[in-house]
Structures are given as structure tokens and as C-alpha cells.
Design a protein around this ligand. Structure first.
Ligand code: SAM
Length: 227
């Protein structure tokens, strides 16, 4: 992973949460659907949030599983600092500053979740990560990846980009925020949904479903066993 990703997110950590609704089309449905489908047979599931940032996705999940033991992993210590404030007093939440691409995944989890993070990886690294996620899940485990994706055709790649720009333009942004956003956007390396479904299957997942899709964003769930 380029250091740029860490630097870019370190720089926006304090304003990050306030901006999200202005940048993620269908914000409530996106996180709401991801949370709805994130299921565990355990009452106190062990959860790993990859690229947890300020803990936004984990906050939704903790409303569903208040006693979950959650590990927030992110390469940006500044983003995790905001998460520490968010979950202050919850001793079941722990924080790991690491690059999940190079550090691998240690431990066993019932649920591995990720939102808007894995699209920063090169495709080969995404494939390797999916294998590592599969290996780190308990036999009944599930992976939920809520992320941006690439359109299946170049024509729709352009249309998705236009759709997103039109959405973002509906809100006020400072020049500085816009410049930062566009610099971050240049680091994106989205993959097609069809490819990601295949890579998840190749990694060993028995059941793979796209449970939500809104132009360029989607929620994929992958279950280790077919149950
Ligand atoms: C757009 S933010 C998403 C944060 C949070 N998941 C959410 O839904 O708001 C992407 C996060 O992924 C982190 N990230 C990107 N690549 C990473 C990597 N290889 N290892 C660890 N964290 C990574 C960034 O530092 C950033 O905090």
C-alpha cells in the first residue's frame, strides 16, 4: 500500500464523519443493508473491522451486537484516534494500527467486516486479502465487504463517475475539502463486482452474494460454510 493512503486519511480524520453523507450516495441504505446482513450465530461475536477508520461501520454493528468484541484495524493512527473517542468506555473494543495488506490477519473471528477500504488495494492484493480473510474466519464465519466497485463496462465506469460527481455537487464543500477528496479519489483502485465474486469463491467461500448495489457502491457478503 502506498503511504499516500495513510497520509490522506491522517489528514482528514477530524472532519471525516461530518463529510460522509455528502460523499456516499445512499449512505443510510449502504450502511443499513451491510449491518442487516452482517450475521453471526454468536451473541458476543468476535469481529474484525478492516480499514475501520473512525469506527463508522463498527458503530452500526455495535448497535446490533452491543456485547461484540471488536478489533478495529487501520493503517491511519489518526483515524483510529477518532474511533477511540467514539468508543471510549467500551472495553470490548481494541485498536490495531497496521496495514492489513502486508501484516496479514492474526486471530480468529466470527465476522470480518470492511467498508470503503479494500478498493485502495491492487487486485492481486485484494485476492490475497480475501484468502487471508477466509483463513481467519471461524467455520461459521461471514465476511461483509461494503465498498466501491468498478462498472462492468467502460461506458458505465464513466456514467458511475458522473453520477458520483453530480451527487457530491449537490452539497457545499470547501475548496480545500474538494482538493483533498480528488487527491484521495486518485488512489482508488476499484475492481468489478463480477471479478470480486470470483475471487471470493476462489478463496473458498461457499456462498457469495451482492446484497446491495447503488451505481458504484455495493455490499457483498461471503459465508465460509454453505450452512
Ligand atoms: C474511506 S475510509 C473508511 C473508514 C470506515 N471503514 C468507514 O466506513 O467510514 C478507508 C480507511 O481504510 C484505511 N485503509 C486503506 N488501506 C488500508 C490498509 N492496507 N490497511 C489498513 N487500513 C487501510 C484508511 O486508512 C482509511 O481509514
Amino acid at each position: 500500500m502506498e503511504n499516500d493512503v495513510k497520509e490522506q486519511f491522517d489528514a482528514v480524520s477530524e472532519n471525516y464523519d461530518g463529510e460522509r453523507r455528502k460523499l456516499v450516495p445512499g449512505f443510510d441504505d449502504f450502511y443499513g443493508t451491510a449491518t442487516y446482513f452482517a450475521e453471526s450465530i454468536m451473541d458476543t461475536p468476535r469481529i474484525l473491522d478492516l480499514g475501520a477508520g473512525t469506527g463508522l461501520f463498527s458503530a452500526f454493528i455495535l448497535k446490533k451486537y452491543p456485547d461484540a468484541r471488536v478489533t478495529l484495524l487501520d493503517v491511519s493512527d489518526k483515524m483510529l484516534e477518532v474511533a477511540r473517542d467514539r468508543f471510549a468506555g467500551n472495553d470490548n473494543v481494541r485498536y490495531v494500527v497496521a496495514d492489513y495488506c502486508t501484516s496479514g490477519i492474526s486471530g480468529t473471528f466470527d465476522l470480518i467486516i470492511s467498508a470503503l477500504s479494500i478498493h485502495h488495494l491492487e487486485d492481486d492484493d485484494k485476492k490475497r486479502l480475501f484468502e487471508n480473510v477466509y483463513a481467519a474466519l471461524a467455520p461459521h464465519g461471514m465476511f461483509v465487504n461494503a465498498d466501491q466497485h468498478l462498472a462492468e463496462s467502460s461506458r458505465y465506469a464513466e456514467r458511475f463517475e458522473g453520477y458520483w460527481r453530480d451527487y457530491v455537487d449537490r452539497f457545499e464543500h470547501s475548496r480545500e475539502d474538494m482538493d483533498r477528496l480528488m487527491r484521495r479519489r486518485q488512489l482508488d483502485k476499484e475492481a468489478k463486482l463480477s471479478d470480486q465474486i470470483q475471487w471470493l469463491r476462489d478463496a473458498g467461500f461457499q456462498t457469495v452474494e451482492c446484497v446491495y448495489k447503488h451505481a458504484l457502491i455495493s455490499v457483498m457478503v461471503a459465508e465460509k460454510s454453505s450452512g
